[in-house]
Design a protein around this ligand. Structure first.
Ligand code: ADE
Length: 232
């Protein structure tokens, strides 16, 4: 039987799921509240990890150690780096990379953590397929992309940084947790996928667009996640 860890960085990324689930137990660890229970027919643990890569990595380790999760999903919002990926649209991760890791001086490719043996964390193929199915079911008219997500402890809001991420990583969107979640899932051999709704264009307009669209985008992503976990 699957037990699915669902992580959002912010409250608005998990509040829809928490409101709709039947909570059996709440556990607090590392300042994070883990809600264990069911979302319709699915066994889930829903948690807000807080913003950024350290929170995200710690959260995955707790989900693995204390809750024995079989799958990990990261739901939330992201800034688009792909002109074809508009605000409100959904991206499902094909792979995820740390954009703020740079040990090129010792011969490692930009984004690769030394001695780990990989730069890209590949999302679970089956989870990607089912997530795409869920996207179509929840919102048949909305375009959905599978692509590359990059993460760093940085809100991207300038054309210069945006172009750097596009040129160096050929990335489709940027956010602040996915790569750590993927990295920790990889170390623990737990399958993962990241599903994000676009809240801004990660450029000069991002600080205006983000507060306007984040709530709607986050809730939409949570609805897809709810549909998706029924399929796992
Ligand atoms: N999450 C949503 N928009 C983002 C951006 N522009 N940069 C980083 N994380 C984000």
């Amino acid at each position: 039987m699957s037990k699915i860890g669902i992580i959002g960085a912010m409250e608005l990324e998990v509040e829809t799921l928490k409101a709709q689930m039947k909570v059996e137990k709440k556990t607090v660890k590392a300042g994070m509240e883990f809600f264990e229970g069911t979302l319709d027919a699915a066994n889930v643990v829903v948690v807000r990890c807080g913003i950024g890569k350290v929170n995200a990595g710690i959260c995955v380790q707790i989900l693995v150690d204390l809750f024995d999760v079989t799958h990990i999903i990261n739901t939330g919002v992201a800034g688009s780096l792909n002109p074809k990926l508009d605000i409100g649209e959904i991206i499902v991760s094909k792979d995820v990379i740390h954009h703020d890791v740079d040990v090129r001086v010792f011969g490692y490719p930009l984004g690769e953590v030394p001695q780990l043996g990989c730069r890209e964390f590949i999302a679970d193929e089956k989870m990607v397929e089912l997530a795409l199915e869920a996207c179509k079911e929840v919102n048949p008219d909305l375009p959905t992309t599978t692509g590359r997500i990059v993460s760093g402890d940085q809100f991207i809001s300038s054309n210069d940084v945006k172009n750097y991420l596009i040129e160096n990583f050929a990335a489709d969107c940027a956010e602040m947790e996915g790569a750590s979640i993927a990295h920790a899932a990889y170390l623990n051999k737990v399958p993962f996928v990241v599903i994000r709704a676009i809240s801004d264009k990660a450029d000069g307009s991002a600080e205006m667009d983000y507060p306007t669209f984040e709530r709607e985008a986050a809730h939409h992503c949570a609805e897809i996640t709810k549909c998706f976990v029924q399929k796992l």
